[in-house]
Ligand binder design. Sequence first.
Ligand SMILES: Nc1ncnc2c1ncn2[C@@H]1O[C@H](COP(=O)(O)OP(=O)(O)O)[C@@H](O)[C@H]1O
Ligand SMILES: [Mg+2]
Length: 353
Amino acid sequence: MEKKLHYIKKELLQREVPLVLLVLLLVAVLLLNFLLYIYLNNFSVINGQPDVDSSFCPFGYFRLGSMKNCSPWLSCEAINTEVRKLKCVGEGAVKKVFLSEWKENKVSLSQLTTSELKEDFLHGLKMLKSLQSKYVVRLLGYCEKQFTILTEYHPLGSLKSLNKTLELPKYKGWNTWHRRFMLAIDYVSIIHYLHNSPLGTLVMCDSNDLEKVLSQYLLTSDFHILVNDLDALPLVNKNIGSLVKCGHRELQGEFVAPEQLWPYGEGVPFEDDLMLSYDEKTDIWKIPDVSNFFLGHVEGSDVVRFHLFDIHAACKQKNPADRPSAQMVMDTYRKVLTLLLREAALPSTREML
Ligand SMILES: Nc1ncnc2c1ncn2[C@@H]1O[C@H](COP(=O)(O)OP(=O)(O)O)[C@@H](O)[C@H]1O
Ligand SMILES: [Mg+2]
């Protein structure tokens, strides 16, 4: 009788062991899915946060590094007495930019290059003041009469040096399709912010070629993008039929949108007055080219490109009205990222099963 009981127990145990294993595996898979859900959720929270970060100060104030309290924007006097210029780190048509020091903080001092471009400089400053948010470089002070602007310094510089930065040993680990795609999402989020800004629909006009676009944005040390140069940001107001023109000269090449090109052929000499104005959809036309630069050529970037094929084709529609809004592009990018991260996590789940 006892022998029989022992036999039955053994039988049961043999049957239970694989059952227990199966349950454990199922629990592991569920846990993995849960962790993935938390991760993706966190990601969308990061991207869905309000435009004004809680670390931001009220209008006219800033906080930097380890500063506890918000400090008022520096005035002409404070800039002249407390800021020390160290070295030139960049120069565009409008501004010469110097790495500088203020109370042991590294800051960036921009100075007007030529008085002919005063208007652009002052427009940029006005925009910088009005658009302070998590998308825009932090303003620390300004002096209108001396044409100087003080902003937070970002040692990784503009996006022009992104590929060089990603080759440095310190940043090699960031050179993945995931990080690169996140930069593209940052970029489209900034365009979305400008098109839906507190001032209305603004067009990023300083963008006639890829290099130019990249030079207007800064890469932060935690690998995010900020828009820095807001000198050419005209306002579109479709309600009153007010459209824009990016400059008064003839534009050429495939980087700019077709509606920005001279429409009357080589036989007719260019005349600014005959040029038709356009809207913010010129920025949408440029998104695929800028995103392609971000994605680069690393393992997995072609898979991202494949998933973005349709939305990018839509951005390149000849008729501006047929192009998607920045919101639509941003939503598609985020969906593709979620899908790809889920797929990247799947092989390990399969292996476990
Ligand atoms: N806050 C900053 N931190 C680091 N580099 C900066 C900063 N601001 C500007 N730069 C550098 O200076 C360059 C020119 O600045 P920008 O404001 O675009 O001038 P411009 O209006 O003349 O085009 C940028 O492309 C970048 O390389
Ligand atoms: Mg610039």
